[in-house]
Design a protein around this ligand. Structure first.
Ligand code: NDP
Length: 327
């Protein structure tokens, strides 16, 4: 046994003490809970670990208005509590805990929770989501939910008729700037380089939209406001001899500087694309290992919506059920 393999094995209890389950779900966003609802109703007796951010990304959103079935909208945290209750109603064993290690080298699959407790499972549904990147400013934290958002599709509506800024120069930033331009008075794009990284077609659409203004070679230094966001302090041509500061009066500050899929502990066993998203077989939630399924944002960098995540969670549970019934 090599040293690294030996260290990895140390995390796992031996078979005699490990708990054994049929269906393990990792993650508690819309994908994980929907997988749990379907798996529980299919009598798979799922065990779900909530992870570091119980409820997932939606718990950082104020109001969700685009999830079908809530005509008046619903707050992100309330929606996640509802999903949890629904999963528990059919018998899902919802637990606090973070899966810290995985061993998918053979069946049953093994994971370690909170570096201490080993669970063996006949099938695993990975619904660990993705984490939006933020700039890392203290003031960004202060205004999360009152001016700062990493999801224009979720929160843009609250800035109707207002002036907003979006950071980033990729496809997401352009798409979200276009989305915001329909409802906001003015949309500034804050781009750190002197060009956009986005595809030509999106660049063209942005340049043809009269209320989008691109501020090239700008970095954000600070966000100011009393209770809600009022302005952003930008640094123009940072590090250059002619570096200068400017203040942008805005009501909303959006981030579109990428997401990091939470796939790190699975990479040793499962295929990922160049940005770390888990690969699944087209039209399914199957990964390269039979019995391991992936759903939600950890395998989706395009749609990233609560409703699409929930849909793929349903698929994962159905795929797991089919796999278990054929074992
Ligand atoms: P990208 O990684 O493509 O772009 C991120 C942008 O954010 C870049 O402009 C980058 O600047 C900027 N950025 C990163 N960190 C910082 C920072 N700290 N401060 C300021 N700016 C920063 O991410 P996207 O989410 O846009 O796209 C991810 C993938 O998904 C891409 O492959 C994209 O093509 C795809 N996608 C496709 C869509 C479509 O086809 N319709 C829609 C959305 C996404 P810099 O350029 O300087 O590095």
């Amino acid at each position: 046994m090599d040293i690294q393999a030996g260290q990895e094995k140390e995390h796992f209890d031996d078979q005699a003490t490990a708990e054994h389950v049929k269906c393990l779900i990792i993650g508690s966003g819309p994908a994980g809970y929907t997988a749990a609802i379907y798996a529980a109703r299919a009598n798979l007796k799922p065990v779900l670990y909530k992870g570091l951010q119980p409820g997932g990304q939606l718990t950082t959103t104020t109001e969700v208005e685009n999830f079908p079935g809530y005509p008046e909208g619903v707050s992100g945290p309330v929606m996640m509590e509802d999903l949890e209750k629904q999963a528990e109603r059919f018998g899902t064993d919802v637990r606090w805990g973070m899966v810290t290690h995985a061993d998918f080298s053979g069946t049953p699959f093994k994971v370690v929770v909170d570096d201490s407790h080993t669970v063996e499972s006949d099938s695993v549904i990975i619904a660990t989501g993705a984490t939006a990147r933020y700039l890392g400013l203290e003031s960004e934290e202060k205004f999360k939910g009152s001016g700062v958002s990493a999801c224009a599709t979720c929160d843009g509506f609250f800035y109707r008729g207002k002036d907003v800024a979006i950071v980033g120069g990729g496809d997401s930033a352009c798409e979200e700037a276009l989305y915001l331009s329909v409802m906001c008075r003015k949309v500034y794009m804050i781009v750190r380089k002197d060009y956009l990284r986005a595809s030509k077609i999106l660049q063209k659409r942005v340049s043809e939209t009269s209320n989008i203004e691109i501020l090239f070679e700008r970095n954000t230094k600070e966000l100011h406001g009393d209770k809600v966001l009022e302005e952003a302090v930008l640094v123009k041509r940072m590090g250059q001899p002619d570096e200068s500061e400017e203040v942008l009066k805005i009501d909303g500050f959006f981030l579109a500087i990428g997401h990091v899929p939470n796939s790190g502990i699975f990479k040793k066993y499962l295929e990922t694309d160049e940005t770390g998203y888990l690969k699944t077989m087209p039209g399914t939630t199957r990964t390269r290992i039979p019995g391991i399924f992936a759903c939600g944002d950890v395998q989706d960098k395009i749609y990233r919506q609560a409703v699409t995540a929930a849909g793929s969670g349903c698929q994962a549970a159905m795929d797991a059920e089919r796999y278990l019934s054929m074992k």
